[in-house]
Design a protein around this ligand. Structure first.
Ligand SMILES: Nc1ncnc2c1ncn2[C@@H]1O[C@H](COP(=O)(O)OP(=O)(O)O)[C@@H](O)[C@H]1O
Ligand SMILES: [Mg+2]
Length: 289
């Protein structure tokens, strides 16, 4: 699904005043992997609620494959779009309310799609298998007894069961330990055809998988950068109130030294590998000399 936002603005009711999203424009093609970053209160959550059509823009519009969100809303036809978008709220485990983890997993699929029990079971087994969890065991436990990493995986699996074209995640690694974060990032990296939009304070976690980064500051989109442009945009990030991940500063320094780096070297391990390779190349005897 192609999504086009043009001049998007949104203001909450109440005396607070200023808009939470102000004149934001960008487009998203199917399969893109985008990080949305910005300081607390910059409008990230509001933006993804607009993208999921949970709230409607006050000004501007969102087109889903050319269809206006405003027109769809008037015609009471938003369900079709929402079904194609999976949304994972911040701390999704706080919204668990089913008796078994399996019911929690399959709830939205059961409610929003007309599928037989066999299909629901097959999809559940498939996805939980990929996540290293046993779908049948989930029928016997409460979702609340799962570990925090398992709870987050259950919520993500639940969003993926309906095979959304677009997956939107609000701070998916918040409150998780390093190994849980790595596992989640690995799962998200495997969603090659799905559009993934990730709101995050941990940009470094997602650098290996994103293609692009949107930067919000005080309700405005202040930068829309390809991943390879990030090392050259550290000052822009700082101006927006974001301390850039160390790996970007290191990459920038190496680029300034004239060292050519592989496109994939956006995590420290990969950078170190490339530096080692480079220094070995320097040491190796040059034939004929
Ligand atoms: N339900 C709400 N009612 C009134 N103001 C809100 C509400 N939700 C968010 N805001 C305000 O809108 C602005 C953007 O908030 P939000 O989108 O949650 O930012 P972020 O996710 O980047 O922290 C903030 O100033 C916030 O206080
Ligand atoms: Mg938020």
């Amino acid at each position: 699904m192609k999504i086009t936002c043009s001049g998007l603005s949104y203001r909450y009711e109440g005396p607070a005043g200023g808009p939470a999203i102000d004149g934001v424009s960008f487009g998203v093609c199917q399969g893109e992997k985008i990080a949305v970053i910005g300081p607390a209160g910059s409008g990230k959550t509001t933006l993804i609620q607009l993208l999921d059509a949970l709230i409607l823009p006050e000004r501007g519009d969102i087109l889903y494959d050319g269809q206006s969100v405003k027109v769809l809303a008037k015609a009471r036809a938003l369900t079709g779009v929402r079904r194609r978008i999976g949304l994972l709220f911040q701390f999704p485990e706080h919204q668990f309310f089913h008796e078994t983890a399996y019911d929690e997993l399959t709830f939205s699929l059961r409610n929003f799609f007309d599928l037989g029990e066999g299909e629901i079971e097959a999809r559940s087994r498939g996805i939980m298998g990929r996540f290293g969890m046993d779908a049948d065991a989930l029928k016997r436990v409460s979702p609340f007894v799962l570990s925090s990493g398992e709870k987050r995986k259950l919520a993500l699996a639940s969003a993926l069961l309906s095979m959304p074209e677009v997956l939107i995640l609000d701070e998916p690694t918040a409150g998780m330990d390093a190994s849980g974060r790595r596992e989640l990032v690995k799962i998200i990296s495997g969603l090659s055809d799905t559009t993934v939009i990730i709101v995050t304070h941990n940009l470094e976690d997602f650098l290996p998988l994103i293609t692009r980064c949107l930067v919000l500051s005080r309700a405005r989109l202040v930068a829309d950068l390809k991943r390879e442009e990030l090392p050259g945009s550290l000052d822009a990030l700082r101006r927006a109130g974001i301390e850039p991940p160390l790996v970007l500063s290191v990459r920038k320094k190496l680029e300034e030294e004239g060292i050519t780096l592989g496109e994939e070297a956006f995590e420290m391990e990969e950078l170190l590998k490339e530096i080692r390779l480079g220094s070995n190349r320097d040491k190796s005897p040059i034939p004929g000399k």
